[in-house]
Design a protein around this ligand. Structure first.
Ligand SMILES: [Zn+2]
Length: 136
């Protein structure tokens, strides 16, 4: 564990206690997820969400632990209150412009494993999406 992520978690908890609409990254991501759930409830005609499987790329800035905290806070009093949040990490992939090949990427700042260069273009694993829903 690096000290940065635990500080971030502590901040998240503090913000949640104050119940402010803080410009917190994970908070707005979770609000986005809730909007999707509400839209889908109209389209697919369900009234309760039991489980949400969320795909989070390894290169996205969303911290899974913070997502869990925020999801619980954001869904309180909604159709997804008490729903289980399952997070699936998807691997990052980048295109090396020097080698002209796609390579796996663990962190955004990683160099190309073949040439050691940094002319990398992220191709996947930098986003988040709702993969699966269990509804009632
Ligand atoms: Zn390369």
């Amino acid at each position: 564990m690096n000290p940065g992520s635990s500080a971030c978690r502590a901040m998240t908890a503090a913000l949640l206690r104050r119940r402010e609409t803080a410009p917190l990254h994970e908070m707005s991501l979770c609000e986005g997820v809730l909007r999707i759930l509400q839209e889908q409830a109209r389209v697919q005609d369900y009234s309760r969400v039991l489980k949400v499987t969320l795909e989070i790329g390894e290169l996205s800035c969303a911290v899974p632990e913070s997502m869990e905290l925020c999801f619980e806070a954001v869904t309180r009093g909604t159709l997804a209150e008490g729903a289980t949040l399952e997070i699936v990490r998807t691997p990052g992939e980048a295109w090396c412009q020097d080698c002209q090949i796609a390579v796996p990427m663990k962190e955004r700042i990683s160099p190309c494993p073949h040439c050691g260069g940094f002319r990398m273009k992220v191709q996947s694993g930098d986003s988040m999406r709702v993969q699966q829903l269990e509804v009632d």
